[in-house]
Design a protein around this ligand. Structure first.
Ligand SMILES: [Zn+2]
Length: 260
């Protein structure tokens, strides 16, 4: 048997995974071949030094379970191996097995990381606006300054913020102004104008954002039974959120924009 073939069997030989005949063949070759003996010594000392010096972290049971469910063939494969203890396993196949487990772990980790880091900017803001809206309904803290008078709401908000939002009563268009409140979105305090539409509530979140250009920004989102509409005008960014349908929300946005 030539050295190239022997070399491929060395790892299995080292791990005592070869069938008896192959093991004898390798052993005989090693007795007469200095080069293969040195290769074996090098691999043997590498594996023992890894065992000696490597830091071991026990995998949490939950991670192990997740990997098991994602590698359904692993169990069957193991069972198969036990039934045939003399099954000759080429060295690469063990790496392949290990590769499967590592790949599954990487997939799990990558999905979790992607959800946190590469959520598009709009989606991230939409989530915060949605949370602000839901929080105000849950805590019954919808309005800090209750008034249908834009000349009361605007100065109140301006005194609390470093900008002055456009406040317009839209009663004649079917969207009466109920008041305003403060919230915190995208790491800054923002204005929220609260409008009514029949028995529904529309929150309009407003804050300055020079980075968004007017034309490129009209987005509609539907999340958890609520509709969101986002647009930008003259350095200000607007997010309307409500449980009214998208057509009514669109109409609201148009009335607000044309009244300013
Ligand atoms: Zn050799």
């Amino acid at each position: 048997m030539d050295c190239r073939r022997i070399e491929k069997l060395l790892d299995s030989y080292l791990d005592r995974e070869l069938d008896r005949d192959s093991a004898i063949t390798v052993k005989r070759h090693l007795q007469v071949c200095g080069e293969c003996s040195r290769t074996l010594d090098a691999r043997s000392s590498m594996s023992s030094s890894i065992k000696r010096r490597a830091t071991y972290y026990p995998a949490p049971a939950e991670l192990a379970n997740r990997i098991r469910t994602q590698v359904p063939h692993a169990a069957a494969y193991r069972a198969d191996k036990t039934r045939q203890p003399r099954f000759r396993l080429p060295a690469w196949s063990r790496w392949f097995q290990l590769g499967g487990a590592v790949a599954a772990a990487v997939v799990v980790t990558t999905i979790a990381t992607m959800q946190l880091t590469s959520m598009p900017e709009d989606q991230r803001i939409a989530e915060q606006v949605l949370s602000g809206h839901s929080r105000s309904l849950l805590t019954s803290h919808q309005i800090d300054v209750a008034s249908s008078d834009q000349h009361t709401v605007k100065p109140w908000l301006s005194s609390k913020l470093d900008f002055s939002p456009t406040v317009t009563d839209l009663t004649t268009s079917g969207f009466p102004l109920r008041g305003g409140r403060l919230d915190y979105v995208d790491n800054r305090p923002v204005a929220v104008l609260v409008y009514g539409h029949r028995q529904h509530v529309i929150d309009l979140f407003i804050w300055p954002d020079e980075a968004v250009s007017d034309a490129s920004r009209t987005r509609v989102f539907s999340k958890r039974g609520l509709n969101l509409r986002h647009w930008a005008v003259a350095g200000m960014t607007y997010w309307a959120v409500s449980d009214i349908n998208t057509a009514d929300l669109e109409a609201f946005a148009e009335h607000y924009a044309s009244a300013r």
